[in-house]
Design a protein around this ligand. Structure first.
Ligand SMILES: Cc1ncc(COP(=O)(O)O)c(C=O)c1O
Length: 397
């Protein structure tokens, strides 16, 4: 079942702040709410920035410096095993973090369609969802349509079940893999089906892949691999950033890669309307994308924390460790659901987490796919995470 999302409310963190405002933490506070990696910034950050201080004296080019475009293109080709080369001139755009790109992309997509999708074009998004997708659809004047991504659909939207009449008026589809909050990874077959649909119905597929490098077991497939297998990048844009891969959320450095025709016309729009990425930050991206050692170390640190969760919370939850991303997505229905448990964890244990309902919207029957769940960001050090998990285990006893 699909449903129109309500206008974007406050961010999940503002809602949580309001919910817990009058409650003192029962123990020293441990904040596991925001998906902000805290493993420390890589060593090369200082030297790269200090060597490029003079660049702060210039306005950055909207399309990025050639070295940035080359670094993103060659990293993407290698990581996703692409046979079709990325267009170095038009196939890459720097973003001020992937969030603003995900927002502006729908504005541009709806502009480009200029009424060809009927009076009320649709933008499809998973439910639960990263809040900016709904905000973008709303701001673009499109109807944000929610696709359930709960246990019944394997925690990703059911691509096979999409209604053709809806697809005909669809301008854009947001699809995240690894998904936040569920940590589920889309198979290559799922990506291939989505790319086929994008071309058949003429919508843009916006793949949110900012967690692509945080995985366990096998590296997740990407949308560009699927597009490449289908002959090129037409109708497909992948969004990624340094935030999760390189522990650099504060650098605000992301990128869009894919359909050169879309990205070229979007660059023209962005040149008037969107923020540029400072050149020293682009140079940081060049250094970051050339180095995999810090990314491997990141995965090792997350692995250790998920192993701790398996040990400390043993017997309480099925499927604790996700295939990708760095969140626990806990079904806490038997303790009263996400909001009750988030409040208890704060009041009794000083552990701050996000109720799943704050990351989702209610469906047509009034039920919210996130309400049984709690999101726990495994972003702190191993020691602090273990402390939080031990306190949580007491509440879940
Ligand atoms: C699913 C998802 N997409 C996109 C982003 C945006 O990240 P950034 O703007 O730092 O690249 C986030 C950040 O938490 C996220 O969780």
């Amino acid at each position: 079942m699909t449903k129109t999302a309500p206008p974007p409310a406050a961010s999940p963190f503002q809602r949580l702040g309001a919910m817990l405002a009058a409650i003192a933490p029962g123990k020293s506070a441990i904040d596991l709410t925001v998906g902000e990696p805290r493993h420390g910034v890589p060593d090369f950050v200082g030297p790269v920035l200090s060597a490029s201080l003079a660049d702060f004296g210039r306005y950055p080019p909207i399309k990025g410096i050639p070295a940035f475009r080359e670094a993103v293109a060659s990293w993407t080709e290698q990581r996703f095993g692409l046979g079709t080369p990325i267009d170095r001139e038009d196939g890459v755009l720097p973003l001020n973090g992937s969030r603003e790109g995900l927002f502006y992309a729908s504005l541009h997509a709806v502009r480009l369609e200029a009424g060809s999708k009927g009076e009320r074009p649709a933008v499809l998004l998973p439910n639960p969802f990263y809040a900016v997708y709904a905000a973008a659809a709303e701001a673009a004047g499109a109807e944000p349509v929610l696709l359930p991504a709960d246990r019944s659909t394997g925690f990703l939207p059911d691509v096979a079940g999409l209604d053709p009449s809806l697809l005909k008026r669809t301008v854009a589809v947001y699809f995240a893999s690894p998904a936040n909050p569920q940590g589920v990874v889309a198979s290559l077959a799922t990506w291939i089906r989505l790319v086929e649909l994008a071309r058949q119905y003429g919508f843009w597929l916006f793949a949110d892949e900012c967690y692509s490098e945080i995985w366990r077991g096998e590296a997740p497939a990407g949308v560009l691999t699927a597009a490449d297998r289908l002959g090129g990048f037409d109708r497909v844009v992948a969004f990624n950033s340094l935030s999760k891969r390189s522990n650099l959320p504060g650098a605000r450095c992301g990128f869009a890669v894919g359909d050169p025709a879309f990205l070229k016309s979007w660059a023209t729009f962005r040149n008037i309307a969107a923020p540029q990425v400072p050149v020293p930050v682009q140079k940081l991206a060049v250094a970051a994308l050339a180095d995999e050692a810090h990314v491997v170390e990141n995965r090792r640190l997350y692995d250790a924390k998920f192993a701790a969760a398996e040990r400390i919370l043993a017997g309480r939850f099925a499927d604790l460790t996700p295939a990708g991303g760095f969140f626990l997505w806990l079904d806490v229905a038997r303790w009263g659901g996400g909001e009750v448990v988030a409040e208890r964890l704060w009041r009794e244990a000083g552990v701050r987490t996000v109720p799943g309902a704050f990351l989702s919207a209610s469906d047509a029957t009034g039920s919210n796919p996130g309400s049984d769940f709690l999101r726990v960001a495994m972003v702190e050090s191993l020691e602090t995470t273990e402390q939080a998990l031990i306190r949580m285990a007491e509440v879940f006893s």
